[in-house]
Design a protein around this ligand. Structure first.
Ligand code: C5P
Length: 227
């Protein structure tokens, strides 16, 4: 079983979530989707009618929001005020607004400290956790023995994202997915507070030409050597 934290960062459409969950299951480890936490806060902002560009309102809403996130790799529970919001947080409204919300420093401060607490709890319980996001190797868990930075070509990422949308019953086209993925990457990598970037000691893995299973095998080997 895995000991410690595997930090899995990278832009959207690189297969991060699928890889992180399968890897955690295979290693008998916990799993934390930090993107889901930014999405839940964004849903709370939208439901309250706050303007996602109003950072004071957004920061305040984040502190008020009552949400929980599960840490099991198969069906991590996501609840906002007790309601199951696993589907709602993947919808187009949240996806459109999440980069603005996640750029607010008070939101990041709050969520990073919650993430560190969750990681410490899971480590105490099971000894290992796979954590996925944008700033895990750089900010949330810079001491991780294994940091991986997933990438994929723009074409592959657009095709994967649009495939996921249609599989979930949402309207989608590869062109729309390409624009949405590029817009989000641009916002995420140019924000002032903990922008998306690879840690210096992260292992880069280009998933463009790899199946999910090939990525899992490669990462399990790395985890066994370093974890
Ligand atoms: O991973 P996912 O695509 O669900 O993340 C949604 C958004 O949450 C990202 O586009 C980014 O704005 C934000 N995020 C972040 N830091 C993380 C994880 C996600 O800013 N660690």
């Amino acid at each position: 079983a895995l000991r410690g934290v595997v930090a899995l960062d990278g832009p959207s459409g690189t297969g991060k979530t699928t890889v992180a969950r399968k890897l955690a299951a295979r290693l008998g480890a916990g799993y934390l989707d930090t993107g889901a936490m930014y999405r839940i806060v964004t849903l709370a902002v939208l439901r309250a009618g706050d303007d996602p560009a109003d950072s004071d309102a957004v920061g305040h809403r984040a502190h008020e929001a009552d949400f929980t996130i599960g840490t099991t790799p198969d069906h991590p529970e996501l609840r906002l005020a007790g309601e199951d919001v696993a589907a709602d947080i993947r919808g187009p409204e949240v996806t459109q607004a999440v980069s603005a919300v996640s750029a607010v420093p008070q939101v990041r401060e709050l969520l990073v400290s919650r993430q560190r607490r969750i990681i410490a709890d899971v480590l105490a319980e099971t000894g290992g956790i796979v954590v996925e996001g944008r700033d895990i190797g750089t900010v949330v868990a810079p001491e991780s023995p294994l940091k991986v930075y997933l990438t994929a070509s723009a074409d592959v990422r657009a095709a994967r994202r649009s495939g996921q949308d249609s599989a979930a019953g949402r309207q989608s086209s590869v062109e729309a997915a390409r624009e949405s993925v590029q817009r989000r990457d641009h916002l995420d990598s140019t924000r002032a507070t903990s922008p998306l970037r690879a840690a210096e000691d992260a292992v880069p893995v280009d998933t463009s030409e790899l199946t999910i299973d090939q990525v899992i095998v490669a990462l399990s080997e790395l985890a066994c050597r370093r974890g």
